[in-house]
Design a protein around this ligand. Structure first.
Ligand code: GLV
Length: 321
């Protein structure tokens, strides 16, 4: 008998083919709407495997309803939506999709740095709103990126990929990390620094840590107050690493130059968020890894993890806590 699987969203055909060949599946077959919690709770009742997205909270309550579950294959590198410890206690394997999204996400972090520094989205709004009357010496002037100092918080795969890009812009690169990386310091030309020092010295600060109990809220009023008034903060990791309300106050009072955010404490960003009223922030709807090729690779990787585990093979990308 084929294992039973639930898939929480419409996913690329390449990934569906992998699952359909080996499993019996049901799917929340929508593109733009997450599976409602009550539907998910009912659907997991008889499944051996779950193909999930970061929009699903996989917690004790859900696991209680899934007595046969053996694997949760998350189509994301981050897995803060999953209570991994609870899964492990129940012998459920959790997998993620590392590596395949590294360069795509680093590209987006760089796009946000440049867009926030040069006021790209604000300038486009200005033009579309018919406000462009004439070329003017100081109209929509921003800050330069070339040759400046970049601070990378968390020198994992994506942080390193951002550092590689920074070399092409002749940037000095500082990083924070729990442990020194002498090999990377030599190879990438980066310097390790403590967080306060990095915040004080950097013209651009880009966040690349996963969301954990230790990183939740790690950038708040105190940290933001250490940044230069001309500095730009970029977050492509998880919204809750930054205390959003404190960032809003900092931006409103123009105590830093700008921010570029792809992630938020609450997603989707509520329509009444004060962020929407600020010009000095570029806002994106969590599209860090959103190239066609990369999202397809992520879906295929998650599908392979799911199917491998259910057919008695080692999954390629198990995660632990
Ligand atoms: C996206 O945010 C991911 O973790 O893959």
């Amino acid at each position: 008998m084929k294992p039973k699987v639930y898939i929480t969203r419409r996913i690329p055909k390449e990934a569906m083919d992998i699952i359909a060949g080996r499993c019996e599946y049901r799917i929340w077959d929508r593109e733009d709407e997450a599976v409602p919690r009550d539907v998910l709770e009912a659907e997991v009742g008889d499944v051996d495997g779950l193909f999930s997205l970061l929009t699903e909270r996989i917690d004790e309550r859900l696991l209680d309803r899934a007595p046969r579950l053996k694997v949760v294959a998350n189509m994301a590198v981050g897995y803060d939506n999953i209570d991994v410890a609870a899964c492990m206690r129940r012998g459920i394997t959790v997998t993620n999709t590392p590596g395949v999204l590294t360069e795509t996400t680093a590209d987006l972090a760089f796009s946000l740095m440049m867009a926030a520094a040069r006021r790209v989205t604000e300038a486009e709004r200005f033009l579309r709103e018919g406000k462009w009357k004439t070329w003017s010496p100081m109209l929509l002037t921003g800050v330069d990126l070339y040759g400046k100092t970049l601070g990378i918080i968390g020198l994992g795969r994506i942080g390193q990929a951002v550092a590689r890009r920074a070399r092409g812009f002749s940037m000095r690169v500082l990083y924070t990390s729990d442990r020194p990386h002498p090999d990377l310091e030599a190879g990438l030309g980066v310097e390790r620094c403590d967080l306060d020092g990095l915040l004080k010295e950097s013209d651009f600060v880009s966040i690349h840590v996963p969301l954990t109990d230790r990183t939740r809220g790690m950038i708040g009023r105190r940290e933001l107050s250490l940044m230069k008034p001309t500095a730009v903060l970029v977050n492509t990791s998880r919204g809750a690493v930054v205390r959003e309300q404190e960032l809003i106050e900092t931006l409103r009072e123009k105590r830093i130059f700008a921010a570029g955010l792809d992630v938020f404490e609450t997603e989707p960003l509520p329509q009444d968020s004060p962020l929407l009223e600020l010009d000095n922030v570029v806002l994106l709807p969590h599209i860090g890894s959103a190239s066609i090729a990369t999202r397809t690779k992520m879906a295929v990787m998650a599908a392979e993890n799911l199917v491998r585990l259910l057919s008695g093979q080692e999954p390629l990308n198990p995660v632990t806590v």
